[in-house]
Design a protein around this ligand. Sequence first.
Ligand code: DLL
Length: 442
Amino acid sequence: MTQETVAAATDAVLDREETISRDELEALQLSRLQHTVAYAYDRVPLYKRKFDEAGVHPTDLRELSDLGKFPFTTKDDLRLEYPFGMFAVPQHEVARIHASSGTTGRATVVGYTKKDLADWAKLVARSLRASGVRPGMKVHNAYGYGLFTGGMGAHAGAEALGCTVIPISGGQTERQITLIQDFKPDAILATPTYLLTIADAMMKQGIDPASTSLKYAVLGAEPWTEEMRHELETTMNIKACDIYGLSEVMGPGVAGEAVETQDGSHIWEDHFRPEIIDAFDPTVVLGDGQPGELVFTSLTKEALPIIRYRTKDLSRLLPGTARPAHRRMGRITGRSDDMIILRGVNLFPSQIEEIALRIPELSPHFQLELTRPEGQRMDQLTVRIERRDAVTTEGSAAAAKILQQQIKIHVGSSCSVDVVEPGSLERSNGKLRRIYDMRPKG
Ligand code: DLL
């Protein structure tokens, strides 16, 4: 897309950085990157130690490709430096703290200066605007508020854009439905599976989810597929776009999708430099288009500069379209630590979502259970999935067989499929847990 068609495709006034040329953007990235590595080295002992051990110095960063010489940062580094060891500013300059839930180990703690909060709000506003949200619209924010970055991050962004924010947070689904009907919001911000929960609960109450005032949904915080987009768009009569981010790098708004193209989120490269590496051999930096693990370096952050953070998210970098200078990320197929290895075959929950949603008898509500039956060395995968409402017992049995065959063909794994009653599986309140690993530990 040329800059003229960008302007024609959107009635919004864009940030200057959204419309600059790739050359101009890369020049900006280089100067910001040089500043960031020097700033991190001078202010955060962990970075000084790691750079010294790797034999690199901030002055070695002369061009963008030199970034590959610098060491990675991982979640373990943040855990080791718990709680504030990675902060680059004195505590009184930290305006806000967020943290991960810590369900899989020590929580990771992140901090923001006033300027970081302003930049974050600006990038969330930019992402929401790209996804169709406009100043003056009413925005129902169903991301969880609290230490999770979703609620407050989305809130500040919607406010910065000039919207009227309804800070409902996640959960209390009945109340969400009442407020959607009474306040008549234009847009909803939620995880895709929580929006599904809301739509499902509306249908149970006899409300047609397509009849609400909602026109836009900006969905993220967990992997979702094109099939799920289709499901949500058709049942709710909305345009659904992706928003991506992670707390260690900022929170929501690291990347956002344009409603006019709906072809993956544009990474806001004036604030983050992305790379793709081979998840199994991180010394290999891959070229654009190649699938691998996303790595981010912050370019403007003050409280928590982050150098080459390994996200574990599997994706690829694609050329910019609606925002030509900013590369897009392909849909996240999964996280490397969410990958199920079943008898040598790699499998992600999103692959099951993709296949199941193409079978009309099956709903998007499913769980994956991994077991190792006693005395056996082989793992067993059971896909437990709800049938759609009007489907008969025979219809369910036939659909189970098709799903099993399709998984075998497209993924290469044998599994059993259990089609269950509508409403019998746990519903999402935010990030949905898909995998239930019941295998003996150790
Ligand atoms: O989930 C930030 C966020 C909030 C993003 C609201 C979008 C909307 P964390 O809790 O740190 O932060 O989890 C980050 O969630 O590494 C991905 O694995 C996953 N994730 C986030 N957005 C997407 C997305 C927030 N659009 C982790 N598609 C990331 C797929 C996503 N996965």
